[in-house]
Design a protein around this ligand. Structure first.
Ligand code: WT7
Length: 635
């Protein structure tokens, strides 16, 4: 019997040891007992981090939607699979049962087929948080098409880059979306993007805001009539274990976004197993993750992980502040939410509003409180634990990444004693290591270094779409034979991990992963800009916010700096999206550089954080005079 559901600490250690000593036996047992296979594997694992090549359950055949839907029909057909909560509290929620989900996914899959989509084709999904988003994801998986969900807050340029990078044939979208009191013209954004995407032949449009939009003949089609006409049954495509399931883009520190490729069997097994344990999900629980399906958190822990366990998963269309900052708690009360999973940035924003809006609602259904996306600071941790959890719902600070597919370091609630700001222990099967800058592994406890993983786990991304070399370079070249996460971490005296943050040029703003290079590229497009450097600085709510140092091509020319700031932020918003806008823009005479021409961001970071008592080693600076100038004029 595999230990699918861990219930106490001793059991965790026992299962953990087994998963490390005999990883293949361990994962084989989990896979064997809890999933539906069309054919079992020939080999559990083969791997070589130097290539890198990783294969789990090679030779197995399956379809993930049979695991997420079909196999539950006999016992859970009338159970709610997806509980949709609309943007406005005045609109009724929608309970989609497993039976209904089956029908809707099958119909959608048939529409995709009729529109010429085949196994292996890429389909871009640019849809707000409405049921069609989850259903289109599953419909792609049903027929073996590779979905590439693009968060529906990204700009048309960002969308076009992603569509072209993976050569999507089709885009699924909606007429528009609701976001609190605002509506967003999604279809207009898609139209703009597609000017640059000649290979997109079909656009399917869901109706959400009933706005008056343009439909391009021969390309755009309303989704609903096609669904109405489609048959109710679509045979699941039989997929190989290592067939790609989806591509999801994440920012890199340089260059264009990386299309992380996740494959079928390992991803399914790991997200399902982590979901069950990290949230201690029980049969009639209602689980809610507030993320958007446009991010990995939504893929793994709104759609695949919960549905693979036959869970009820809430999908919320709106924002935490609409119609007021009590909305999350109103929803928890309304649906008796048992497990609640959100981001520190949301917790900080809500904490700022005081306790009245929390205390107004009955939160007694809550059992587990999750956090993800960035380090959770001590104050936010306590507020979450005390005010929301009333000290009885453990805080699950779960560390993971788009690339890891599933949760990697985390407490298991009611099993692992929690500790504020610590993600605590590696999950089953995960072998973390802390390395110093020379690449030596730091043994023992009370050490701090760069966080790597020494052994593959089933849901590790297998490559970057179209660029395996970059995959190798980014994750497997810093340290031999190890996956490098890009994060720093410390290990305390009992072996608990605390993630200290990125050690590369990725900045996490409100839980969104932003690379500095693409933002700088956008700024540098402005004709008045000569050069720019972006750094992060601490922000009460966002965790980190962006500070831009910008030099102008013609510094002598008198210009309205506030106007320039607006233009630059507009450019960033157009190229990347509003999430990447700068909070502060300082115009400088020059940027501090080393003799080899590298911008010394360390100094800029310190100035932005108002931490200038010790700038560290500045002996390699080419132009020390600009540093004084920047400090004198810092914002
Ligand atoms: C980066 C990955 C995985 C879901 C959302 C983000 C940071 C994530 C934590 C945490 C400290 C965290 C890391 C990581 N991060 N969770 N619990 N504590 N930092 O996915 O966009 O791929 O970002 O988010 O820096 O590398 P992502």
């Amino acid at each position: 019997m595999s230990n699918y559901h861990i219930k106490h600490l001793e059991e965790y250690y026992q299962v953990y040891r087994k998963s490390i000593r005999e990883p293949e036996n361990f994962w084989e047992e989990v896979a064997e007992e809890h999933f539906m296979w069309r054919k079992k594997w020939d080999n559990v694992l083969s791997w070589d981090f130097s290539k890198p090549e990783i294969k789990w359950f090679e030779g197995a055949e399956l379809n993930i939607t049979e695991n997420c839907i079909d196999r539950h029909l006999a016992t859970r057909g009338d159970k709610t699979a997806i509980l949709f909560e609309p943007n406005s509290p005045d609109e009724p929620s929608e309970h989609i049962t497993y039976n209904q989900l089956h029908k809707r996914v099958n119909k959608f899959a048939n529409v995709l087929k009729q529109q010429g989509i085949k196994k292996g084709d890429r389909v871009c999904i640019y849809v707000p948080m409405i049921p069609e988003l989850a259903i289109s994801v599953l419909a792609c998986a049903r027929i073996g098409a590779i979905h590439s969900v693009v968060f529906a807050g990204f700009s048309s340029t960002a969308l076009a880059t992603r569509i072209n990078d993976s050569d999507c044939k089709m885009v699924i979208t909606a007429d528009g979306s609701y976001r609190g009191a605002k509506t967003i013209d999604l279809k207009g954004i898609v139209d703009d993007a597609l000017e640059q995407c000649p290979d997109v032949k079909t656009v399917l449009v869901a109706k959400r805001i009933h706005s008056d939009i343009k439909m391009k003949e021969g390309r755009d089609q309303w989704l609903q009539p096609l669904l109405d006409a489609a048959p109710d049954e679509c045979k699941a495509e039989i997929m190989d274990a290592e067939d790609p399931l989806f591509i999801l883009y994440t920012s890199g520190s340089t260059g264009k976004p990386k299309g992380m490729v996740h494959t079928t069997a390992g991803y399914m097994v790991y997200t399902a197993y982590t979901f069950k344990n990290v949230f201690q999900y029980r049969e009639n629980d209602v689980y809610w993750c507030t993320a958007d399906i446009g991010w990995i958190t939504g893929h793994s822990y709104i759609v695949y992980g919960p549905l693979a366990n036959g869970a009820t998963t809430v999908m919320f269309e709106g924002v935490p502040s609409y119609p007021d900052f009590g909305r999350f708690w109103q929803i928890v009360e309304k649906h008796n939410v048992n497990q609640f999973y959100t981001a520190p940035t949301a917790i900080r924003a809500l904490a700022k509003q005081g306790v009245e809006l929390v205390e107004k609602y009955d939160l007694s259904s809550l059992k587990v409180l999750g956090s993800v996306g960035e380090p959770i600071n001590e104050e936010a941790w306590h507020w979450y634990n005390d005010v929301v959890g009333k000290n009885k719902s453990p805080i699950v600070d779960s560390w993971w990444q788009t690339e890891t597919g599933g949760i990697m370091i985390t407490p298991i609630p009611f099993v692992t004693p929690t500790k504020p700001t610590y993600a605590t222990l590696p999950f089953i099967g995960i072998q973390p290591a802390l390395l110093d800058e020379s690449g030596e592994e730091l043994k023992g406890n009370q050490v701090e270094g760069r966080l790597c993983i020494k052994f593959p786990w089933p849901s590790i991304a297998r490559t970057i779409w179209g660029n395996h070399e970059r995959y190798k370079e980014t994750y497997f070249s810093a340290y031999e034979n190890k996956y490098f996460t890009g994060d720093g971490a410390m290990r305390d005296e009992v072996g608990y991990y605390r993630i200290t943050g990125r050690v590369d040029d990725v900045i996490i703003v409100s839980g969104h992963n932003l690379g500095t290079a693409p933002i700088e590229d956008a700024i540098n497009e402005h004709p008045a800009v000569a050069e720019s450097a972006i750094v992060g600085f601490p922000h009460d709510i966002k965790g980190s916010a962006l500070y831009g140092y910008i030099t102008l091509t013609n510094p002598g020319e008198s210009r309205d700096h506030n106007n320039l700031r607006k233009e630059i932020n507009q450019l960033i918003s157009d190229r990347i999206g509003p999430i990447a806008k700068l909070d502060k823009i300082q115009f400088t005479q020059g940027l501090p550089k080393t003799r080899s021409g590298k911008i010394m961001r360390r100094i800029l970071r310190k100035i932005a954080s108002k931490d200038t008592s010790n700038l560290g080693d500045t002996s390699t600076l080419l132009n020390p005079e600009v540093v004084q100038d920047i400090m004198d004029n810092a914002l």
